[in-house]
Design a protein around this ligand. Structure first.
Ligand code: ADP
Ligand code: MG
Length: 242
């Protein structure tokens, strides 16, 4: 579903991604972890063309990313993204947040968008809040709206960039639960997170990034199971967060 091939990216002289290669198969959940500044956000944002890259190739469901003529609205619909800071439109209601891109990018009729929005709000447990503005909701509720908004576009993959790291601790689980359900329903997911409990329960594979490179890419069982086979850097990192 996601093919990342020898991707490198520079900000001026500074190389932020260094020859990154990985695959995410249909239905697979891949957790990306690593120290701050290691390039996790940059990597995940290249997948739906929020960040350009200078070398390598990325395809999402066969669609080349970054090639001239790529249909960006289409790409961003099929690769739904959820950010650390929700990024909902503050001046729109919850339902309007869910409908806007469905109508503008997918050309759905407003009633159709509303029906889909309603079903998704029920799924994330927020049907009662559809007419509120995001500012009236808790952080955990806002993040569930953001997930519903991405799902409204019928994505084939979901990208998450530290979706719980801006939340108060008591709200982390309500968001992880929605993500866990999504994974169990077979969604293909790439998730930047330091929630290692989530990784242990839900991930199929774990990537570890350091200095712009993917230094580990292995099955969850070996990532957590055999620390002696991990790099020194990975062990240091895990010893701080486990
Ligand atoms: P992570 O998500 O792993 O914390 P990022 O992908 O956000 O890392 O950033 C990787 C590196 O790229 C960091 O050193 C960061 O300072 C640098 N960086 C990110 N965005 C820019 C930018 N727009 N211009 C220059 N450097 C940047
Ligand atoms: Mg980041």
């Amino acid at each position: 579903m996601i093919e990342i091939d020898h991707v490198s990216k520079w900000y001026g002289e500074f190389q932020v991604l260094d020859d990154c290669t990985t695959r995410v198969a249909k239905g697979e959940v891949v957790v990306v972890c690593g120290p701050s500044g290691s390039g996790k956000s940059t990597l995940i944002k290249t997948v739906n063309a929020l960040e350009p890259f200078q070398k390598g190739e990325i395809r999402v469901n066969g669609i080349p990313v970054g090639a001239p003529g790529t249909n960006l609205p289409r790409l961003r619909a099929i690769a739904g993204m959820v950010f650390q800071h929700f990024e909902l439109f503050p001046h729109l209601t919850v339902m309007e947040n869910l409908c806007l891109a469905q109508v503008q990018a997918l050309r759905r009729k407003p009633e159709e968008a509303h029906t889909r929005g309603r079903a998704l709000l029920e799924r994330v447990g927020l049907a009662a809040h559809q007419d509120k503005h995001p500012g009236a909701l808790s952080g955990g509720q806002q993040q569930r709206v953001a997930i519903a908004r991405a799902l409204a576009m019928d994505p084939v993959v979901m990208l998450f960039d530290e979706p719980t790291s801006a939340l108060d601790p008591e709200m982390v689980n309500e968001v992880l639960d929605v993500m866990t359900d999504l994974a169990q329903e077979g969604m293909t997911m790439m998730v930047v997170t330091h929630e290692m409990g989530f990784a242990r329960r839900v991930a199929d594979r774990v990537l570890f990034m350091d200095g712009g490179r993917i230094v580990e890419d292995c099955l969850k069982e070996s990532f957590f199971g055999d620390l002696s086979a991990r790099t020194e850097r990975t062990r240091q990192f895990l010893s701080k967060i486990l």
